[in-house]
Every structure is written in C-alpha cells, then in structure tokens.
Design a protein around this ligand. Structure first.
Ligand code: SAH
Length: 231
C-alpha cells in the first residue's frame, strides 16, 4: 500500500476531495492510505502553540521547529519528506512518477509566514512548490501533490495507456480532444479524427501536441526530448 502522512494544523481538510472519485475509491480499495496528523498535538505548552514571532522582527508568525520536529519524528520512516513551500523546486510530472513509484510520502504543510529554517535542515525536508504564487497554507498544495501521485498508482486509472500519452509524459502538452456531437455550434470535429485511419490520427495528434507546446510553452518545447516531426 502507498502511504501518505500529512502534517497540518488543519487535519479536518483531509481527505477532502481525495475522499471522492478515483482517489476515494482507490483508498477504499486499499491501494493507498492517508493519515492527517495534527501538528498541534505535538505542542507542549499550555496554549498548544505551534508558532511564534519571527526572530529579527517583521510581520506574521513562524512555525516552531521543535513542535514540527516532534510531529515529523512521530511518522518518519523511509518515505521522502516534502515541505510544501513557494521557495521549493516546482513539482514536475517526472518527480510525481518517482514519488508514486516509492513507498509513499510525508508532506509537511506550512502556515503563517512559513517554517523555521532549522527544522528544514535538521529533518532533511525537500521543499516543493506547486507554482509561482502564494497560497495561505500548504494543505491545498499537499492535496495537489497527493492527487497527482495517487491517480497514477497501479490500478487507480482505468486505461493505463492514457498516462503515457497525456500532457508532460513526453515533454509535450497533450493534443486537443473531441467527442460527440459531430458538429458543435458550427464547429466540426477535424475530419482526420473520424477518418478511421490510425496512422493519420497519430500523426495529426503528434503535430497538434507539438504546435500547442511550441505556442504555449516555449520553455518545455526547448527541453522536449521527443524527436520533432517536420512541420
Ligand atoms: N512567507 C512565505 C509564504 C508563506 S505561505 C514566502 O513568502 O515564501 C504559507 C505556507 O503556504 C507556506 O509555508 C507553504 O507551506 C504554503 N505554500 C504557499 N504557497 C505555496 C506554493 N506555491 N507551493 C507550495 N506550498 C505553498
């Protein structure tokens, strides 16, 4: 079983959306498990404080290293330990595939201005970002990381091939999709997709994936390892 432990001061946010649909069914089926650990349980003072004022001054509060370290130690094993953080390396599908292939993850959710730097070093936390914008806490980022991992666990998605074809799998964005009706508000499905010619369909999809990647994500296009078809 792939095991996720999430450290948070809002354990009631979990499983949230991951209790429904594919992820929820997979959890019921025992393909993965989710444990939400309340960081506050590991606070020792009378007020159960998890945060304190920043050294050097400034606005907001910082999560205390001692409390967080105890919470981490209570669940730590061979699983990678990730800290949700806007300063982290942006999460990629390649990293998601690695994480899904391992035993599971321990995810630490920050709040307030963030986490004391020393616990990041002392507990060897890998900082991971879900994008260049700031959330109010790590919980929604953790849900995103878990969703991305769980959907590719063996037995979760119906058609396993679809994971190999979708966006980022080959360094390209996915080709456009169509379904019935044949004509929608005057726009027909491209002829080639209803031609029944599988080679032509594959070539069309490939060209479209390349066009979209080139137009929308020149950064991905420059790095794409996929051999480029001649325009
Ligand atoms: N003051 C910090 C932001 C703190 S936001 C800074 O400027 O970098 C509070 C918490 O939300 C963070 O500790 C982190 O756990 C989470 N968070 C915010 N944005 C995130 C992002 N883009 N990716 C992952 N986690 C994020």
């Amino acid at each position: 079983m792939w095991r996720a432990s999430v450290l948070t001061i809002f354990p009631e946010m979990f499983p949230g959306p991951l209790g429904l649909s594919l992820a929820g069914k997979a959890r019921d089926a025992g393909i993965w498990s989710l444990e939400a650990v309340d960081i506050r349980v590991h606070a020792t003072d009378r007020h159960r404080s998890v945060d304190d004022t920043p050294a050097g001054g400034g606005p907001g509060m910082v999560m205390k290293p001692d409390v967080l370290a105890r919470a981490i130690d209570a669940v730590a094993d061979e699983r990678p330990r990730l800290l949700m953080s806007p300063r982290g390396l942006p999460l990629t599908q390649a990293r998601v595939v690695q994480l899904a292939a391992g035993p599971g993850v321990i995810l630490v959710c920050g709040r307030f201005e963030g986490v004391d730097e020393r616990v990041i070093a002392a507990r060897n936390l890998e900082e991971v970002s879900v994008g260049d914008y700031v959330l109010s806490g790590g919980e929604i980022a953790a849900l995103a990381v878990l969703d991305a991992c769980v959907r590719i666990l063996p037995g979760v998605m119906g058609a396993e091939v679809s994971a190999a074809e979708e966006s980022f799998a080959q360094g390209l964005l996915e080709y456009p999709q169509y379904t019935r009706p044949q004509v929608f508000e005057g726009r027909p499905i491209p002829d080639v997709l209803v031609s029944g010619d599988h080679a032509k369909v594959a070539a069309f999809r490939r060209a479209e994936a390349e066009r979209l990647t080139r137009e929308r994500r020149p950064d991905l296009w420059a790095k794409s390892p996929a051999p480029k078809s001649k325009p």
